[in-house]
Ligand binder design. Structure first.
Ligand SMILES: [Zn+2]
Length: 65
């Protein structure tokens, strides 16, 4: 991922935005390797570990139920 590197929007390498996939599941894409990760629940700190590359990143929730 490339960006200007000087604004907050470009420095989200350790964060991923939640979205809803085709099956209606909460999904995020790993900011390191772009692996799609589906989840049902998040820990309180909203952090997930990528099962593919091991990166730890924070999930930006879409929906707050
Ligand atoms: Zn990854």
């Amino acid at each position: 991922m490339s960006g200007c590197g000087s604004c907050s929007a470009c420095s989200i390498g350790d964060k991923a935005r939640e979205y809803i996939n085709f099956f209606g599941e909460s999904t995020v894409k790993c900011p390191e390797c772009e692996t799609e990760i589906t989840f049902k629940d998040l820990p309180k700190n909203n952090k997930l570990t990528c099962p593919s590359c091991g990166a730890v990143f924070k999930v930006i929730r879409l929906l707050l139920n």
